[in-house]
Design a protein around this ligand. Structure first.
Ligand code: HEC
Ligand code: HEC
Length: 291
């Protein structure tokens, strides 16, 4: 009797192990395949101007678009995910120092990365949120490139990225945005510029930065990764719809809601929205209310 029970347990464990290995092997092959795919694109030609007002604008955008969160406050790169299950992901050193971009990294290369999510050889950049930056205007993308191209050198070297089993499986299930290049319409041309004013149009333009978590509908929903909270509904059906514009601004500047809930910056990036101007936050609020 005991022998039979052990046999059944043994077979069950064996089957589970075989299935787990099967799922992993499938995810491994799928992610390696996609990682090595070459996208043929011809980056849109941008002319970069760099006067002091443009550099100042670019510097602000690097904060408000979240570049600092992954590439470091000095843009010299940083490890931003280090988890044996998910992987080791590093925001590249974007200066020309040791461990940084090659000396001949040019404007086309910047556009290929920001607008297309691709590295020089045409393979997809991992986890770099170009599916959002592809909607920047020429003016904003130009200012970001102008600012980044003149950063003082930072010498900081990193190991290679590593992909963990859970990271690969979630990517295979389309639950982890490892290859943003796949989600981009590569033939779309950038809009020239947008007027920074309290308008629904400008609010919509800014809301691209919220879509990754709150979704296009702004209704949020499932957590962005295991261990993260449910993403709040910030559309007119959500709790935040009851707030005044001042309360909305206050929340996105301090991370504390009118209900006295403290938002963690690594879950809801208010350290990024803190740097938004009044006009930007008012436009965002107007857009959210219009949905
Ligand atoms: C969510 C994290 C994240 C944010 C936010 C982010 N990046 Fe990245 N970025 C990465 C990662 C990770 C890589 C490296 C990808 C790789 O090597 O596969 C990368 C790569 C790049 C590269 C390509 C370097 C190369 O090897 O060709 C450029 C350029 C770049 N980022 C610029 C920016 C700029 C400018 C911003 C803000 C507008 C930004 N990134 C925001 C994560 C991020
Ligand atoms: C990286 C994911 C992420 C991004 C990007 C993001 N949010 Fe959030 N946001 C969250 C999560 C998760 C919560 C819920 C946090 C909690 O419950 O502690 C939240 C909560 C909020 C809340 C509070 C809602 C409430 O009822 O308490 C507001 C307001 C908000 N986000 C606005 C925005 C806006 C506006 C943007 C874009 C500029 C944005 N968020 C971008 C993840 C994100």
């Amino acid at each position: 009797m005991l022998k039979r029970i052990f046999k059944i347990i043994g077979i069950t464990i064996g089957v589970v192990v075989v299935i787990a290995i099967g799922i992993y092997v499938k995810a491994y092959l799928n992610t390696e395949n996609r990682r090595n795919k070459i996208f043929e694109v011809s980056p849109q030609q941008l002319t970069i101007h760099a006067d002091s007002a443009i550099l100042e604008h670019g510097k602000r955008l690097v904060t408000t678009k979240g570049c600092n969160d992954c590439h470091g406050t000095d843009m010299g790169g940083k490890v931003f995910i280090d988890d044996p299950a998910i992987g080791l992901l590093i925001g590249t050193n974007l200066t020309k120092g040791k461990g940084g971009l090659p000396p001949d990294y040019n404007i086309n290369d910047w556009v290929r990365a920001l607008k297309h999510g691709l590295r020089r050889d045409g393979k997809p950049l991992l986890f770099m949120p170009s599916q959002e930056y592809t909607f920047l205007t020429e003016q904003d993308m130009g200012a970001i490139i102008a600012y980044c191209a003149q950063l003082p050198n930072v010498d900081r070297e990193f190991p290679q990225h590593k992909l963990g089993p859970v990271g690969r499986i979630l990517t295979d299930l389309d639950k982890f945005p490892l290859f943003p290049a796949e989600k981009i319409d590569h033939s779309r041309m950038l809009a020239k510029e947008i007027k920074p004013e309290v308008s629904i149009e400008f609010g919509k333009y800014l809301s691209v930065a919220c879509e990754g978590c709150h979704k296009k509908t702004m209704k949020g929903g499932e957590a962005v990764a295991p261990g993260f909270p449910i993403v709040a509904d910030i559309s007119p059906t959500g709790n935040a719809a009851r707030w005044t514009t001042d309360q909305f601004i206050q929340t996105l500047r301090t991370g504390i809601t009118p209900e006295n809930k403290h938002l963690k910056p690594q879950e809801m990036p208010w350290t990024m929205t803190k740097a938004y101007t009044d006009v930007e936050l008012k436009a965002l609020h107007l857009y959210l209310k219009s949905l």
